[in-house]
Write a protein that binds this ligand. Sequence first.
Ligand code: CA
Length: 728
Amino acid sequence: MRLSSVSALAIAVAIPLALSACQSSDTTPTTEAPVAEATVERALGAAALDTERLLAADSEPASWLTTGQNYWEERYSRLDEVNTSNVANLGLAWSADIDTERGQESTPVVIDGVMYLTTAWSMVKAYDIATGEELWAYDPEIDRAKGADACCDVVNRGVAAWNGKIYVGLLDGRLVALDGKTGSVVWETQTTDTSLPYTITGVPRIVKGKVVIGNGGAEYRVRGYATAYDAETGEQVWRWYSIPGNPADGFEQPELEEVVDTWNGEWWELGGGGTIWDGMAYDPELDLLYLGVGNGTPWNQKYRSPGGGDNLYLSSIVAVKPDTGEYVWHYQTTPGETRDYTATQPIMVTELDYPEGKRKVVMQAPRTASSTSSTQRPANSSAEKFAPLTWATHVDMETGRPVEVPEARYEVTGVPAIVAPAALGMHNWHPMAFSKDTGYVYLPVTVSSSTYASPEEFTPNMDGWNTGIGFRASDGVEPVVATGVNPERDSYLLAWDPVAAKEVWRVTNETYGPSGTLATAGGLVFSGNHSGEFVAYDAKTGEKLWSADTQARIVAAPATFEANGAQHVALLAGARGLPPEQERTNPISANNSRVLVYRLGATGTLPATLEEASAGASGSDGVRINPPLLEANNETVAEGEQLYGANCAICHGPASVPAAGAVAPDLRYSGLLVYDRQWDEAVLEGNRAQRGMPGFSATLSDEQSEAIRHYVIKRANDEKAAQEAAAN
Ligand code: CA
């Protein structure tokens, strides 16, 4: 086994998967294998996917067969009609308003003349790519109360297709197969225990006739797993648990018994976490399915596994056999994770051109470092920091373990620590892309830090988050700054050379926030941003070559395909809140959610601002619920939940049911939610003291008051959705 000579200065790139001896150095990529019958005419909506066609996805660039583009999830299109020389002529071909708000995270899939995408609340839409006409829509009518179980919004990242059917995982834990032509339900199955706060937001993957789906909920109190179902019948084929349950109940898999000693205490009482909620990839040559495993429950390891331990297979990339779910190998990015440091980020398999020859690698950019690993039990090829990271100095390339900074272990030292990244920081689910031309990975990066403090006691919350963390130091306690560096909040699109393991260029975002990426043979990288633009960059240099106003924030990744003989680029727009200065233009979605489709020479335009419907009108009559859009990030909402429970619930009602038994108003209906200044006057300064609302300025900081406001806004939006659903 040969390790690359990358110096491990900073943790950045993936777990290198240095290839072991069983891999020849000049493997012929399966991507080049069968030449697809790109000219085959199939009926509109046939969704005629089989293994042969999926293996040849790269030679069918007119389609976008899976959300990740191919089994390797490279998100690279061979189409080059739109390229660096003409992209300035790209225009809006058609758009369609989406009838939900909240986050829109799905990558469209385009197959046999139809574009399929999912929206918030697990809805599916199908459009004729030649005309933009909506062919069908599927609404699973998710109980809006289920939104309270979704840590990070009621989102969905897209569908999978197979043999005439379209598959979607639903927020309430169901997996559904729809008819590709009509959207009617072929089968559905409940993949989770509905008494627990499981959710599904991830994309099903189809491997060898089986649909593989994971789930989320590790912020709450669940145990993670992935399940494979027969794609035709919905019968369960296998289930792979990511962590051991209660040993007294036995072990579902032999490898769980092998790693049970990496756990302490009674972790199973709160599930222990390890949810597999986003990243997966499949390598047909090695016949390995890679699963990205998430953080522990609670986050604070002191309360999850007292005394520590690696807590396998939390925060790991795990390779399993797709036929059986049999464990093959793992790489743990963050042993004994204690800060929501997941390994659920997108996983990509590709071949890299090292000076000494080609090597196949698995790449991921988690909260450790970006890593490339080989596809057999991995040795790291590189693991370098791609953004400020202060909890570890580097990855030991012999052992693959991060070398931790002791003061960052707040739960061990008992001293609150400011650590970068924060939960969700560096890189989260937002898709990265790999260009076969430049050899660069295009990665949406955020820079953030958070205070982590270990409270004296931890009381499990059966209805909300279980982080076991205080996100501020107690009064009079000065947190230590890990490595002495607290980086400034920032976000950028990064071009990363995974062979040299170093940055090539970056484009800093004017408005903070990550957005997914697409690379094309036209020498372009496409990505939206949170300022409300869709942008094409020169893949070599990062030069901005084209942009379009989207009227909405973008978090999703684009896809590209051909319709009527022309290359099109499609993007689902809409995220929490509106871009700065942007007003509402979509009558049925307060955050201007839309699917936007572009081609060269098109001249379409988006609608003008609606007169009436600017978001966030006050619902001060106390009956109609009309909260502002949810704009805060998840850490803020989580902090707000904790603070609400500690300071507000006694009068305004418990967090789970704000009105129940409350002696004070239901804050979800408060007109003050819209106005941060007036909110502070009531919450901090006590200007309503005569009406029984004391000021909390001695207890709460400005930021904490704001966190509570955002938390209540989240609860109000969940309630608004529930009321709208009940009225339909
Ligand atoms: Ca998490």
